[in-house]
Design a protein. Structure first.
Length: 213
């Protein structure tokens, strides 16, 4: 048998297993794509009960793609029950949440003072009571460390109380857009902290953002 024919036959024999393997992978990819599309469609179902049930089932799975898809669906839609379920899952899974306070372009004295004290806010040791939706943990900021917070999941958000120094604050989460959580830090400032040399006022509010990506 001529050398060229032998070489061609060898190449064909070597290529056959690879082609079979590629075909198998292709079919598996098609099956996975169909499954992902099915889950995506169910998470967007007209029935709120179906959306919630599918979300809960997906969260029992270890597949990171499915879990990410479900969390994005929970935070991107207008279903408050699904948003609350997503927040509950987020708190259970995250070791900490970094809160980015946003100082206004033309802040008041109270806002500037509050920003200086509460910037670099970190929520850690997060816990949620799945029976009551009570949220608790510890926090650190630029001027406070190892403080305790407690609060509650609300419809599609949360309201947490953080007290330290001259401040009694509430971190109110009110908006979720898929990759960011947003709301406001609302503080009552008491005692010397409200004096002219400090806050120059007894109340302050600052917007915040928590980036999930």
């Amino acid at each position: 048998m001529p050398y060229k024919r032998l070489a061609a036959l060898a190449l064909a024999l070597c290529a056959t297993p690879a082609m079979a393997m590629d075909q198998s992978r292709f079919e598996a990819a098609q099956e996975r794509a169909a499954m992902l599309d099915q889950v995506r469609n169910l998470l967007a179902d007209e029935s709120a009960s179906v959306r919630l049930a599918v979300f809960e089932e997906v969260m029992k799975d270890e597949d990171p793609v499915l879990r990410s898809m479900a969390m994005e669906a929970a935070f991107s839609g207008d279903d408050d029950r699904l948003k609350t379920a997503g927040l509950r899952q987020l708190i259970e899974e995250r070791e900490f949440l970094a809160v980015e306070l946003i100082e206004p372009m033309d802040p008041s004295q109270a806002q500037s003072y509050t920003y200086g004290v509460w910037r670099e806010l970190l929520l850690r040791e997060l816990k949620v009571d799945t029976a009551s939706d009570e949220v608790s943990g510890r926090f650190d900021s630029a001027q406070f460390s190892n403080g305790n917070f407690i609060g509650q999941l609300t419809r599609g958000g949360w309201r947490l109380q953080l007290d330290a120094g001259y401040f009694r604050c509430h971190l109110a989460l009110s908006e979720l857009n898929g990759v960011d959580l947003m709301g406001s830090l609302e503080c009552a400032i008491t005692g010397r902290g409200s004096g002219d040399d400090y806050a120059g006022g007894n109340r302050s509010t600052l917007p915040f953002r928590i980036r999930l990506s």
